[in-house]
Design a protein around this ligand. Structure first.
Ligand SMILES: O=C(O)CCC(=O)C(=O)O
Length: 209
């Protein structure tokens, strides 16, 4: 007799892998959102958000980013990225509810989100850390992926330590500890990745006092 292992959506959601790295702590929930819900959300966000492809400053040159993005959240959450200031658009109701769900899973408050839309594997993001001063010391970042599976690389700034993760449809990756201080990450080009993907990085920016 064949044993069939079934799990409810709730059980799948709670399955996670924990990575204790030098100077960083990662948790990956491979099935945080069910597959069909993730694909439906991707389509909704493609259709309903006003995607931008701004130029940023890279090594002194103005370069159009190789993907599209939306910066969203509470009104005070202005954010500087590669020499350019971004003012958030107001919450999309679905994403405000999602931010609250991510906050519950990660036991962290998030009040803004950067959405990146990659049409195919040629679109990418280079090495960087989410270490802008407005995020405070030791920022906690929760990264939700929808659509095409993509490779996600991390490397330690001072040692040869490297890690490659596969970010699948519906996965949630939590980066915490001193991750943004000591590690950089990137989403490399992948010629075999032909489908579209949206990544949402939930962040917290304190209101200025
Ligand atoms: O698309 C990804 O998974 C990477 C996103 C990222 O690195 C960022 O938003 O800082």
């Amino acid at each position: 007799m064949t044993a069939i292992l079934t799990r409810s959506t709730g059980q799948l959601k709670s399955l996670s892998r924990h990575y204790m790295l030098p100077d960083a702590e990662l948790t990956l929930w491979p099935n945080w959102l069910p597959e069909m819900d993730s694909l439906a959300l991707l389509q909704q966000l493609v259709d309903e958000l006003s995607w931008q492809q701004p130029a940023i400053s890279l090594y002194g040159k103005s370069v159009v980013i190789p993907r599209q993005q939306v910066w969203m959240g509470e009104p005070h959450c202005r954010y500087r990225y590669s020499g350019t200031w971004f003012t958030p658009v107001g919450w999309h109701p679905r994403l405000q509810a999602l931010a609250a769900e991510v906050s519950r899973s990660c036991q962290q408050t998030f009040n803004c989100v950067l959405l990146n839309y990659y049409r195919n594997g040629q679109q990418h993001m280079g090495w960087h850390a989410d270490n802008e001063p407005e995020l405070g010391a030791k920022p906690v970042i929760a990264s939700l992926s929808l659509g095409q599976t993509r490779r996600f690389d991390l490397k330690h700034r001072q040692t040869d330590d490297q890690l490659q993760l596969s970010l699948t449809n519906g996965s949630l990756l939590l980066m915490q500890g001193a991750c943004q201080q000591y590690w950089q990450h990137r989403l490399p080009k992948q010629s075999r990745a032909i489908s579209e993907r949206i990544n949402l990085t939930f962040r917290y920016i304190p209101a200025a006092v």
